[in-house]
Structure formats: C-alpha cells, structure tokens
Design a protein around this ligand. Structure first.
Ligand code: GLN
Length: 292
C-alpha cells in the first residue's frame, strides 16, 4: 500500500509517518516535527521505525506537516528555537532567533568582559527590541556579574521574553519602550546591544521562506532599511556611560553605511565583526571617554 499519498493513516508506524511527511516536506524537518509531536528522541525514532504512535500524536504531526508544507516556520509550529545552546520559546509575535545573532552575543560578551569599570560597578547592559529575549537572556546568563535590561515596543513580545527569562532563570529587567522612549534621561549603560529591524520595505526576501510569517515590525525598518539603526545611533550617546559601547546587528551589505552613521555621530573605535558565513554582520563604536 502506498501510504505517502492522501491522509496519514491513524495507525501509521514511525517509519510510515516519516515517509508520509517526506513526500511533503524536508526529511530533517519531518524528523524534528515528529520528535516534538511524540516526545521521542531522534535516536528512538530511528531505532523503532516499526512502532506505532498514539492517534493524537499522529494527528498533531499530520497537522504540523500540512502547515509546514504551506510555509509556516518550524519554530512557530514547535514553539521554540535553540539559541546559544538554550531553548527559547517563540510565537508569531516575535522574530525567530537566528544563528547570526549569536555573533552579536559573542562580541557583546567579549566587549563586556574587556570593560574597565570601577570596582564594585556591575556592567549595565541594555538590549533594544528584545523580541523573544534571546539576546538579553543569553547575556544575563553568560555574564552573571552584569545588570541586564531589555526593552521592546510590543507587549506580546515582552510577555514572551519574560516567560523565557523566568524559565531559563535569567535575571533581566524588562520594560515596554519604543527604543529609548521610556527610559529616564539619566539612564546610562556600559553596553547597548540591538538586533533591530534592518530590511527595506520593498526587500524581495520578505516574500520568501520564514520571513513571510514573522512580524513586519521586527524585520522592516522603512524605505532604506537603515531607519531603525539611524534612530538608535543618534539617541544612544545620551544613554551610554563614558567609554560605553553601542553594538548593532545589521544586514550583510550594510556594514559600511552603519560604520558611517556611527562615525558621523562621534563614536570612536568604530568597527565591524563577521558572522560565521563571513559577512560583516555586527558593527559598533564606543562613546568617547570625556564628552567634550
Ligand atoms: N532581539 C531579538 C532577536 O535577536 C529580536 C530582534 C527583532 O525583532 N528584530 O532575535
């Protein structure tokens, strides 16, 4: 019997369920979805292809496979994505954490560790547009000596980020704020990080892959794609301690323009860092030591 066409039979075995899914979506995605639907490990699925699965597991799996075949991102189906070795819960209210954002986190950790601060002064770190909270939570867990703050304009995103933070036992202070708008004028940080929206509104990638399902507000900055970055760069000096760093993720082809914005705003030590794909993906600069 050909079990890969039509509906998934209610009594399908592991092997049959995977074969049915492979006719519709990628083999790896099929396996990830079946792991999540069944609670079985990938090893167990491989070891017991002839085992049958409970009807409700098969039903959930079949529904996910259909939605995946229609383009819905795997992370939104299984409601999580791994970031920096930890599971971050995601919903369609937030951007799905990306591997290139781990570069932002790695550079942020290195800069935070290299800060020369007065003794007893905990480095103060701010994550702008925290979304799922992946950046702020990772920084809080990797830099236990730091005080980490995170803002987002979306209440849904903040609620999710707070849940992620609590689940992972991170210490992050969350605030609903459109960039710096709700921060007091005197609030200063030693490191400000952000993975802001950086796509232009007519970027053709918006009609492809996972991006079609992610919040526009997390992806699109405006006509050029640099609007959010420009706003952050112009406002950040007022919220940076002397010698504090601003660190921004941006598009693979935006590094030069972002460095230009940082230099124009008077930042020092302006530089870019490459992601694992070799693209200059993160740029930053330092507020001068004495504000002259
Ligand atoms: N800071 C979050 C992340 O890096 C959200 C970024 C965003 O929504 N642009 O995933």
């Amino acid at each position: 019997m050909n079990t890969t066409s039509g509906a998934l039979p209610h009594d399908a075995t592991v092997g049959e369920a995977l074969a049915w899914a492979r006719a519709r979506i990628g083999a790896l995605e099929a396996r990830v979805l079946l792991c999540h639907a069944s609670g079985w490990s990938s090893t167990k699925l491989t070891a017991w292809p002839e085992r049958s699965l409970p009807a409700e597991v098969l039903q959930r799996f079949a529904a996910w496979v259909e939605r995946r075949a229609a383009g819905v991102p795997v992370a939104y189906l299984v409601r999580e994505r791994e970031f920096y070795g930890r599971r971050i819960r995601v919903t369609p209210s937030v951007l799905i954490p990306r591997p290139e954002t781990e570069t932002l986190v790695e550079v942020a950790i290195a800069l935070a560790l290299a800060l020369t601060l007065p003794p007893e002064h905990a480095p103060r770190i701010l994550d702008l547009g925290t979304g799922s909270g992946c950046v702020a939570i990772t920084l809080a867990l990797e830099l236990p000596q730091a005080e980490v703050f995170a803002v987002d304009a979306s209440p849904e995103a903040l609620g999710l980020a707070m849940g992620n933070s609590a689940r992972l036992k991170a210490s992050v202070s969350f605030l609903e704020s459109d960039w710096f708008s709700r921060l007091g004028p005197g609030e200063a940080f030693d490191l400000i990080v952000s993975n802001p929206p950086y796509l232009a509104q007519d970027d053709p990638h918006l009609e492809e892959g996972d991006l079609r399902f992610e919040p526009r507000s997390a992806l699109v900055a405006g006509e050029t794609g640099l609007e959010a970055i420009a706003a952050i760069v112009s406002e950040a000096p007022r919220h940076l301690a002397e010698g504090g760093w601003l660190l921004l993720e941006h598009g693979w082809d935006q590094a030069q323009r972002v460095r230009g914005l940082l230099l124009d705003a008077g930042f020092l030590e302006v530089q870019s860092w490459k992601d694992l794909a070799g693209h200059e993906r993160v740029s930053g600069g330092r507020r001068r030591l004495v504000d002259a």
